[in-house]
Design a protein around this ligand. Structure first.
Ligand SMILES: [Zn+2]
Length: 466
């Protein structure tokens, strides 16, 4: 078996010969390979719908893996509805060990070209960035993972435990293929989800600040609030009106704060991340980490949109509908309440709490969350914690590495639900201000490529040896 240090040396001495390379300082052959693969995959519009090209992205990846030396039979692509999911199985030397799963997704959020500065599905390299839908979420990460696996394979690395690359095809919408993959891979030792977590660069200097991996996520929930009435002629108003009843319920929900909460992951996150924020927030984070009932700290964190989700459950109205004619008393009104539930509570716990807050039996609450499951945090100790620090330091020595909890939902939930430890561990370091995932003019800095490869070439062998 080739040693890890040798693998990294091979990477750093690769020569660059493409004409493009003269504009891309310090990209190795592998870096260019990853960039080309990211570009080709961005050119395929893999948003859900009748023209979904996710199967084409899977074919592109399969071609790259086969050209990189993996056998055809190691790769499966399964079509489902308008999308597809794929797996690459790389057997380990010890077949009795549970495999390491490296997870990603091939689909993207829809993008309308008329709103973008450049066409979202024509990859463009400009000013040190790769632009295009999926650049940061998450076609560059997929390209880095595939390039790293090919590099390891070509340089004689033999994994101790098997490695499975599992790419879902509808993470941004229905998340069905992630659930299928988790069912098929339920014997996984652990899951490395490259879609979540990542490194942060300093806004001014571009210097790497910290790497936050994710060991838990909040439960996604949509609750339907409905109130109805026989209605009637608008010239004869009555005391009861479904629209105002609903409005009163919504105002009560808006005024309600869920209990502030802390777990081992968020405590560690607050204590570590406090070093990289303003003095006022830093002080609130440190106080909250020791005393989550401190009203002043809670108020400060609650007022910060990027942190409010880390201190407890949140619920917010996202859509409303009501009435049927300009001149009729409304017969019904309803609203969608979107909640992000702190680990440890079920969706029915939250329905109970909302019912008590609204305190009006004429407002019915129903759970319409589809494709969401309740999960517990993954362990904070174990081989992953050491491996992630070593990998990050291969890319950037001395950078702080600490855990966090994601406010959004990811394919990790399907694995965590089965008790399989799952960690968000994206290979991308970027500035927070460069993150346009799901938004307009999405991009990824080219400077993320080389450290991302160094990181994966440490992390993958490390975890397959443990
Ligand atoms: Zn994503």
């Amino acid at each position: 078996m080739i040693k890890r240090a040798a693998l990294l040396m091979l990477l750093s001495t690769g020569s660059v010969c493409s004409a493009l390379a003269s504009h891309l300082p310090s990209l190795t052959q592998e870096g260019l390979q990853a960039l080309t693969l990211a570009e080709s995959s961005i050119a395929l519009n893999s948003a859900a719908g009748p023209k979904n090209q996710t199967p084409g992205v899977a074919e592109l990846y399969r071609k790259a893996l086969i050209e990189g030396g993996f056998p055809l039979e190691a790769i499966t692509i399964t079509r489902i509805d308008d999308t597809a999911y794929m797996t690459l199985h790389w057997p380990g030397e010890d077949a009795s060990l549970k495999p390491l799963v490296i997870m990603g997704h091939m689909d993207v959020v829809a993008a309308s070209p008329s709103d973008w500065t450049r066409d979202p599905f024509t990859p463009a390299v400009e000013d040190g960035y790769l632009y295009g839908r999926g650049a940061s979420d998450m076609k560059m990460s997929n390209a880095l993972a595939i390039t790293a696996l090919i590099h390891l394979h070509q340089h004689g690395f033999r994994p101790h435990r098997g490695i499975v690359l599992a790419l879902s095809g509808d993470e941004e919408t229905t998340m069905k293929t992630g659930r299928i993959l988790a069912n098929k891979l339920k014997d996984a030792s652990q899951v490395l989800n490259l879609d979540v977590g990542g490194g942060t660069l300093d806004e001014e200097t571009g210097r790497p600040l910290f790497y936050a991996w994710s060991g838990a996520e909040k439960t996604y929930a949509d609750f339907d609030l409905t109130t109805s009435d026989p209605g009637g002629h608008s010239s004869e108003p009555r005391a009861r009106n479904p629209i105002t009843t609903l409005a009163q319920a919504l105002l009560k929900i808006q005024a309600h704060s869920f209990r502030p909460e802390l777990n081992a992951l968020t405590r560690s996150y607050f204590l570590n991340a406090a070093r990289f924020t303003t003095p006022r927030l830093a002080s609130a984070m440190r106080v909250f980490a020791e005393a989550p009932d401190n009203a002043e700290a809670v108020a400060t964190l609650r007022a910060e949109p990027s942190l409010v989700g880390a201190i407890g459950t949140t619920c917010v109205v996202t859509m409303i509908k009501g009435g049927h004619a300009l001149n009729a008393l409304p017969q019904s009104a309803d609203a969608n309440i979107n909640c992000r539930i702190f680990p440890g509570h079920s969706r029915s716990d939250i329905i109970h709490e909302l019912t008590a807050v609204i305190d009006n039996p004429s407002v019915r609450i129903t759970d319409r969350s589809e494709g969401s499951v309740e999960t517990q945090p993954s362990p904070l100790d174990g081989p992953f914690t050491m491996a992630i620090a070593r990998a990050t330091h291969q890319a950037f020595p001395n950078v702080s590495v600490f855990p966090s909890m994601s406010s959004g939902a990811s394919d990790s939930m399907w694995f965590r639900q089965k008790g399989i430890p799952s960690y968000g561990a994206s290979p991308i370091f970027m500035k927070a201000s460069d993150d346009f995932s799901h938004g307009l003019n999405e991009r990824v800095p080219l400077s993320a490529i080389t450290p991302g490869l160094h990181y994966l070439l440490s992390l993958i062998p490390d975890l397959s040896d443990n």
